[in-house]
Design a protein around this ligand. Structure first.
Ligand code: FE2
Length: 349
């Protein structure tokens, strides 16, 4: 496994780059905008293809690298479903899995620092965002934070993990890099409390100044979505009503780009073809299934995903690969449901 802990010296943020092998798919957690050049260089050096970029929550102390990485690598942006961010490609809920080739993260909803904070468990290690830090915990006094929720997240979720589980936080200000659940339970000063109220009193008594970057970072981090309003992109964007008509009149083949877990959870458009987004380049390249479909059918391909971001990028890539007429469903399955489009449920195997 490739596992890199990268550090942003300005915001003291840890960013994690993970892949199962050289030459394979990669995932990044909590990237920082100012460090994107470095991540892209490292991806090149290790011959990795970035598939997913995950933020553990809306950060207040640095601008996220999610949208820049998406624009440069066409990766999938991932955040929790509680997040107020305008558009990400994929949202996860408690118990969902974030998967790439050879790697699987379990999403654990751990609100408290913010109401959209997630931790991600990967085998023997957990990425705790700003929920559990090394000998500390994330502040709970803004962004819908709650000391009580954080207590529950830490004591009832994170501290229930095996003691030997490595703790990789999103920040450290003292130079520590990794801890364990057992170590934090024993030595984290904030966790040596006998009741929820005692923890709430500690957190409410911190009286911290706002982060320096907060007024810039939070608004920027709430607007990570792909700009879909360019004249070029508008041309190949169809609203849900238009797509419903095109399906009814058999003028379109719908192509679902989502992961299996999203299809199981949110349903699929009847008759649609499944082509997971990470495989897109192969599918639209010479000999690819979608390329053949486009060449042999007089129907246009209409890509769809969860919120319309992956599909916008897919339509652009398909057109560039010669699949003329490729379009995408604006707003994804969410807009489809709002327009009362028909849905099939996928049977869990
Ligand atoms: Fe934070």
């Amino acid at each position: 496994m490739i596992f890199r802990q990268l550090f942003d010296t300005v915001s003291s943020t840890y960013t994690y780059l993970i892949a199962s092998r050289k030459g394979g798919e990669a995932l990044i957690i909590d990237p920082v905008l100012d460090r994107v050049d470095r991540y892209v260089q490292l991806l090149d050096e290790l011959d990795l293809k970035l598939i997913k970029a995950v933020d553990t929550h809306v950060h207040a102390d640095h601008i996220s690298g999610l949208s820049e990485l998406r624009d440069r690598t066409r990766c999938i942006t991932v955040m929790g479903e509680e997040s107020g961010v305008d558009v990400v490609s994929m949202r996860v809920g408690d118990g969902d899995r974030v998967e790439i080739e050879g790697i699987s993260l379990d999403a654990i909803y751990t609100p408290g620092h913010t109401d959209d904070s997630y931790s991600f468990l990967m085998g023997d290690r957990v990425f705790t965002g700003d929920t559990l830090l090394i000998r500390g915990t994330g502040r709970t006094d803004f962004q819908n934070g709650s000391a009580e929720a954080q207590y529950q997240s830490i004591f009832n979720r994170l501290l229930k993990l095996p003691e030997a589980t490595f703790v990789y936080p999103a920040h450290d200000y003292k130079g520590d890099t990794v801890s364990t659940i057992g170590e934090e339970r024993a030595f984290n000063p904030r966790l040596q409390v006998g009741s929820v109220q005692e923890y709430i009193d500690i957190m409410n008594g911190l009286d911290l100044p706002n982060p320096r970057m907060m007024d810039v970072a939070v608004p920027a981090n709430l607007h990570l979505g792909l700009d879909q309003g360019t004249p070029e992109r508008v041309q190949w964007t169809l609203d849900a009503e238009t797509v419903i008509d095109a399906v009814d009149s058999r003028e379109a083949v719908l192509v679902d780009l989502r992961d299996r877990s999203e299809r199981e959870r949110h349903g699929v458009i009847p008759g649609s073809v499944h082509a997971p987004y990470p495989d897109l380049d192969d599918q639209i390249g010479p000999g690819g299934t979608l390329k053949q479909l486009a060449d042999t059918s007089d129907k246009r391909l209409v890509f769809y995903c969860a919120f319309g971001e992956r599909s916008a990028m897919a339509a652009e890539a398909a057109r560039a690969a010669g699949l003329a007429g490729s379009c995408h469903l604006k707003g994804g399955i969410k807009a489809w449901k709002a327009a009362d489009g028909p849905l099939d449920t996928l049977k869990l195997v």
